[in-house]
Design a protein. Structure first.
Length: 277
């Protein structure tokens, strides 16, 4: 029984990988199943461990709401749980959210390890570079979202008419919290995707420069729609770093286009232009 479970988690292929790098579909599925089971087991362990640190996690998530409430009239908002099982669901949802975030390096590595054998050497090298850049950018976006969240909550709750108490149900608040943090984190990944599109030959630096003004307007529209509040300050906190990162990605794209053109003089010509060769 134990050996069967071990082989299930190990996911060792029944047929070895051939000289051409190919592997049977059944072995791919076995490996995928094993990686999913590993992730599920690790997440379960971290969730159980998070239950022992619930107070610290609760203070971390609840902090932006308390900070926003300090700047609001007294008794204008109260945090609540819903139903007899509300407290239990609070524990499970918060610790589950912590387990999902805490195990992110592990399950991202499992995804990476699954697709890695199918990449060429140069693709492996560049993917490592992009991961090394994308992770700090995502963390920076998450931190910015966390520190701007109190202002957004203050404005949203402050819209309530006087004399009416706003009841903030914690499950809804946790969804709002996680969505806001995720939007800020993903927004900071846009330059990475721009550079990826450029390296794939789908977007050139010249094209980015031609549509720069429209892209900047689109960034501000996206920030206005994605930020939790309606004030211009939170929108600006998201939009300005995104504009700076986009300009940096445009510079990188132009530099890459120049290097590619130097290696292949006719690579950047349109079909109607005459090659110097």
């Amino acid at each position: 029984m134990i050996s069967a479970l071990f082989s299930l988690f190990r996911g060792k292929p029944l047929h070895p990988v051939g000289a051409d790098g190919r592997m049977a579909l059944s072995d791919h599925l076995r490996e995928l199943r094993a990686r999913i089971l590993r992730v599920a087991l690790v997440m379960l362990i971290v969730l159980i461990a998070a239950l022992f640190f619930f107070d610290h996690l609760f203070d971390l998530v609840y902090g932006p709401y308390l900070e926003a409430r300090r700047h609001l009239p007294k008794n204008s908002s109260i945090a609540t749980t819903n139903g007899p099982g509300g407290g239990l669901m609070l524990y499970l949802k918060l610790c589950g959210f912590a387990a999902l975030i805490g195990t992110a390096p592990y399950w991202l590595y499992q995804i990476w390890a699954f697709i890695l054998p199918g990449l060429h050497d140069n693709e492996k090298r560049w993917s490592r570079i992009f991961v090394a850049i994308a992770v700090p950018l995502f963390i920076a976006g998450v931190l910015l979202g966390y520190f701007t969240l109190p202002k957004g909550l203050e404005i949203l709750i402050g819209i309530n008419p006087g004399g009416i108490t706003n009841l903030v149900e914690f499950s809804s608040y946790l969804q709002f919290f996680s969505r806001t943090i995720l939007v800020f984190g993903l927004a900071f990944e846009i330059p990475v995707f721009v550079v990826l599109l450029n390296r794939a030959g789908l977007v050139s630096g010249k094209t980015l420069g031609a549509y720069r003004s429209w892209i900047i307007i689109g960034i501000f529209v996206f920030a206005a729609a994605a930020t939790p509040s309606t004030d211009p300050f939170t929108m600006t906190f998201m939009a300005v770093p995104m504009v700076v990162l986009f300009l940096v990605s445009e510079v990188i794209a132009r530099a890459h286009d120049r290097r590619k053109a130097a290696r292949r003089p006719g690579a950047g010509l349109s079909p109607d232009e005459v090659s110097p060769l």
